[in-house]
Design a protein around this ligand. Structure first.
Ligand code: NAP
Length: 249
């Protein structure tokens, strides 16, 4: 008989960055529904019901360290905060730096601040939200593609470094998900359809589609999983040619 209690997060404490909206908010609410006590971090300092909000800008190392002083115990860290600044502007290099500072360096700064607490808890789970951009060369956004590829590498590096502490480190890689970040392409009929057809399942993802994978990676159900990147992308990265079963709606 499988032990389904292994998926429970009862008695665990989690911190989710980017919890004010979109994917981070859905994951924060999902971890709370699975039994965890959840803190949600963002610049605006808002979070779903049942999640304790902390205001913090991940571009500010000192603010990150201060944020973690509000957390007494930590078993689970989900790094979902992120920005996307498409290229093609005059200040291209600065946009690249800002993207990498938030989506890669900001994640590492958060992990370094969380590490003593995870170690003190006797181990835990870190989940980095990457993207299909970590393994595909999307046009027009080199900072984002580079940051997400770097974050996938950081995930494997830290899985190796932290295994001795019982801390597992994995990545959750969403495909196109309907959030504020993708509002432009979601609203544009041609872009919307292009992205929909690129999946196997024939639809955009919703933030709630990310929750099951997050609970799995956060919980003892994934006790033997570390250093992995789990693609929750409707089949985007696995797809070869367009297939005859492509859904049309
Ligand atoms: P979103 O709706 O724009 O939400 C981004 C979140 O990050 C917000 O909660 C935002 O809160 C927070 N954030 C941004 N910059 C921050 C900073 N400097 N400090 C603290 N918090 C910050 O985006 P999303 O689509 O949910 O994306 C969530 C994650 O999934 C990101 O890492 C993104 O790269 C990744 N992802 C998204 C998709 C997609 O299709 N949507 C696909 C693949 C990967 P505040 O504005 O309040 O600070």
């Amino acid at each position: 008989m499988p032990d389904l209690t292994a998926f429970s997060l009862q008695g665990r404490c989690a911190l989710v960055t980017g919890a004010s909206r979109g994917i981070g908010a859905a994951i924060a609410a999902g971890l709370a529904a699975a039994g965890a006590t959840v803190f949600g971090l963002s610049r605006s300092g808002t979070a779903p019901q049942a999640v304790t909000a902390i205001a913090c800008d991940l571009a500010d190392d000192a603010a990150i360290r201060r944020a973690f002083t509000q957390v007494a115990r930590l078993d689970i860290l989900v790094n979902a905060a992120g920005i996307s600044l498409p290229a093609g502007q005059a200040d291209e290099l600065q946009r690249f730096r800002t993207t990498v500072a938030t989506d890669l360096t900001g994640v590492y700064a958060t992990i370094l601040a969380a590490y003593p607490l995870l170690k003190q808890a006797g181990g835990g789970s870190i989940i980095n939200v990457t993207s299909i951009n970590s393994v595909r060369g999307f046009p027009g956004n080199p900072g984002y593609v580079a940051a997400k590829a770097g974050l996938a590498g950081l995930t494997r590096a830290l899985a190796a470094d932290y295994a001795r502490d019982g801390i597992r480190v994995n990545a959750l890689a969403p495909g196109y998900v309907a959030t504020e970040m993708t509002a432009g392409s979601y609203a544009d009929p041609a872009m919307h359809e292009d992205r929909r057809r690129h999946t196997m399942l024939g639809r955009w993802g919703q933030p709630d589609d990310m929750v099951g994978a997050a609970i799995f990676l956060a919980s003892p159900a994934s006790a033997y999983v570390t250093g992995q990147e789990l693609f929750v992308d409707g089949g985007w990265t696995a797809k070869g040619l367009a297939i005859s079963t492509d859904r049309t709606s």
